[in-house]
Design a protein around this ligand. Structure first.
Ligand code: BES
Ligand code: ZN
Ligand code: ZN
Length: 471
């Protein structure tokens, strides 16, 4: 990712972004020679928030920052898209509130990303250097850029097909993400997973020719504010065919390389926490495998003994996410977490219920955590919708021959899935179903086609609130 640097002066021949909070204020930062203030403020008075001039020798973007930070992000994206050429030096000059400028930069940087790796022709970078003409706090700038970079890593992982990103490769990518940081990464390979008797992860892996992995990231800063860790768990299904219960609808497999979106979100979030040195003890657990029909694939009717000893009757091998998450959640118990959060592209039901605009959140953790999470969702525009978590939804998961079965009834499948998972942790629990927002085929604003990076900015914002004692 291109990173902006701070400077106090700029070269007047460069390409420039001028930002103000009120169109009348352009006279504070723009020289009258460039454009008449009157024409500029007239152009920007009512609905429009930006004006772009490309006079060949230089390109200038005039933007008006809004009270609403999401509008600032979108303005950033609009600016990024306005410039054309290669290797441009762009300066951003602003008169206004830092938070708004950082949001602008967030949108700008997010929209520099697209997944180009598999084009035969290399694409030249549009931006050579990005300079922020300001005496802005360098730490705040770093924080924004580290967080965006983490979200873009998440997008990249989601976009990688399984031909590249199998479970062992995902573990390697996670190791690379945390190399040169103070976090420790440990990868359990198949033999270790077998000796631990992680029955859910091993069952889903049975149809695969690639081994499963179980990756643990631990970040323990010098003086964390939490005496018991926060455990994050992400679904790492690197490809979901449905297994023997092969996905039935035409094209429903096309996007299933993205079924490790929860894993990518949790690793991205952890990277943002580590790189920004939040004073929180965090342990992130990533169970990973693909889910395929193979000669030895697990089958509907099988009864699986899970890591915590509970038994599960498999009635649909396509409900595999919960099988691998369950083992990771109960492995997490040994850390006696203050809070456990998982993220997963878990159910089509979540998409049918609220579409792609938000994640479904639910759980048994204290209400104050849900309130904070919803607040973070609004602030980052990575929105969440809290669903009920009543006992009745869990009744459906009872089996006639085992402790549990892995599918529920025809309605509210995203909640019965959450209730299933609740059996596998004894700590305060939040489940985030990101099946809707983690991937887009019609990118808007600062999104790009494919992985959205959803959840990294959301959960980083949330964890920062926790680190600041807001919960
Ligand atoms: N990975 C899917 C859920 C999914 C569907 C994510 C569409 C993103 C887009 C998950 O493993 C799955 O197949 N869930 C089943 C569960 C059912 C068999 C109980 C579903 O939602 O249909
Ligand atoms: Zn599935
Ligand atoms: Zn899945």
């Amino acid at each position: 990712m291109i990173r902006a640097v701070l400077n106090t002066t700029h070269n007047t021949d460069e390409n420039i972004v001028y930002l103000v909070e009120n169109a009348e204020k352009f006279n504070n930062i723009v020289s009258e020679k460039k454009i008449s203030f009157k024409s500029l403020s007239n152009k920007l008075k009512d609905k429009e928030d930006a004006h772009f001039v490309n006079d060949l020798s230089n390109q200038i973007f005039y933007g008006v920052l809004n009270e609403d930070l999401e509008k600032c992000r979108r303005l950033g994206s609009k600016a990024q898209k306005s410039f054309s050429g290669e290797n441009l030096n762009i300066s951003i000059k602003f008169d206004g509130n830092e938070e708004k400028v950082l949001a602008f930069l967030e949108g700008f940087l997010m929209s520099t990303y697209d997944f180009r790796k598999y084009f035969s022709e290399e694409k030249k970078s549009k931006i050579g250097q990005l300079t922020l003409i300001s005496d802005l706090d360098a730490k705040k700038l770093e924080e924004t850029q580290n967080t965006v970079e983490a979200a873009l890593w998440t997008r990249e992982m989601v976009n990688e097909p399984v031909s590249y990103l199998n479970a062992p490769k995902l573990a390697k990518e996670i190791e690379a993400l945390f190399s040169n940081t103070s976090a420790k990464v440990e990868v359990f390979e198949k033999a270790k997973i077998e000796s631990l008797k992680m029955g859910g992860l091993l069952a889903v892996n049975k149809g695969s020719i690639d081994p499963p992995t179980f990756t643990i990231i631990e970040y323990k800063p010098a003086s964390p504010i939490n005496s018991k860790p926060i455990v994050l768990v992400g679904k790492g299904v690197v490809y979901d065919t449905g297994g023997l219960s092969l996905k039935p609808t035409p094209n429903s497999m096309d996007l299933m390389k993205s079924d490790m979106g929860g894993a990518a979100m949790m690793c991205g979030t952890t990277a943002a926490v580590v790189k920004n040195n939040l004073p929180l003890h965090i342990i992130t657990l990533i169970p990973a495998t693909d889910n395929r029909p193979g000669g030895n694939a697990y089958a509907p009717g099988d009864v699986i003994k899970m890591y915590n000893g509970k038994t599960v009757e498999v009635l649909n091998t396509d409900a595999e996410g919960r099988m691998i998450l369950a083992d990771a959640l109960s492995y997490g118990d040994k850390f006696e977490p203050m809070l456990v959060i998982d993220a997963a592209t878990l159910t089509g039901a979540a998409i049918r219920a609220i579409g792609t605009y938000a994640s479904c959140i639910m759980g048994n953790a204290d209400e104050k955590y849900f309130d904070l999470l919803e607040e973070s969702g609004k602030e980052t525009f990575e929105r969440t919708v809290k669903l009920p978590f009543w006992e009745e939804y869990g009744e459906e998961m009872k089996s006639k021959i085992a402790d549990l079965k892995n599918i529920g009834g025809p309605y509210a499948g995203m909640i019965s899935a959450g209730k299933f998972l609740e059996h596998f942790t004894t700590s305060p629990y939040i489940h985030i179903d990101i099946a809707g927002p983690s991937f887009t085929q019609s990118p808007k604003n600062y999104e790009s086609y494919g992985g959205t990076g959803y959840g990294v900015r959301l959960l980083y914002n949330f964890l920062k609130k926790v680190a600041n004692g807001k919960a």
